[in-house]
Write a new protein. Structure first.
Length: 129
C-alpha cells in the first residue's frame, strides 16, 4: 500500500493584507510537524519573501495559490501567481539580499516565471532538538 503525503491548498487574493493567511497556515502545519519556534519563524519569513516576489509590495489583480506538502520531517510550499494582469517579462525576481536571506532560512527555494503564472517553491526540513 502506497503512503500518500498530506497536502493543504490555499488561495488568497494577491494583496499584502491576505498574505498573513499563508503564514498562519505554514505556522500551523510546521507546528504539527514538531518544528522548533526558530524553524517556524524562518519558514514564516521565507514565505513572506517569496510571496512578495510574486505580488510586489502593492499587490496584483488575481490570486496567489499555495500548496503545502507535508513530508516526514519537512514542509514544502509551492506558490503560483494566478494574475489577471500580465506580468512584464522578468518581473518575477528576488533581490540579492532576499536570495541571501532565503538561503539562510530554508533548505531549498526557487522563483521562476512559468508563462503568465510566476511560481515559487521552498522546502524547510525539521532539524529539531
Amino acid at each position: 500500500m502506497a503512503v500518500s503525503e498530506d497536502q493543504v491548498r490555499l488561495a488568497v487574493p494577491a494583496t499584502p493584507e491576505y498574505l498573513r493567511l499563508a503564514r498562519v497556515t505554514a505556522t500551523g502545519l510546521a507546528s504539527r510537524l514538531g518544528f522548533t519556534f526558530d524553524e517556524v519563524e524562518d519558514l514564516r519569513l521565507a514565505i513572506d519573501e517569496l510571496c512578495f516576489a510574486l505580488i510586489g509590495t502593492k499587490g496584483r489583480a488575481g490570486t496567489v495559490q499555495l500548496k503545502y506538502l507535508i513530508h516526514p520531517g519537512a514542509l514544502e510550499v509551492e506558490g503560483i501567481g494566478a494574475f489577471s494582469d500580465r506580468p512584464e517579462a522578468g518581473a518575477v525576481t528576488v533581490s540579492e539580499l532576499s536570495e541571501r536571506i532565503l538561503d539562510a532560512l530554508v533548505d531549498e527555494h526557487e522563483v521562476r516565471p512559468d508563462g503568465d503564472q510566476p511560481t515559487f517553491r521552498l522546502l524547510k526540513r525539521h532539524i529539531g532538538p
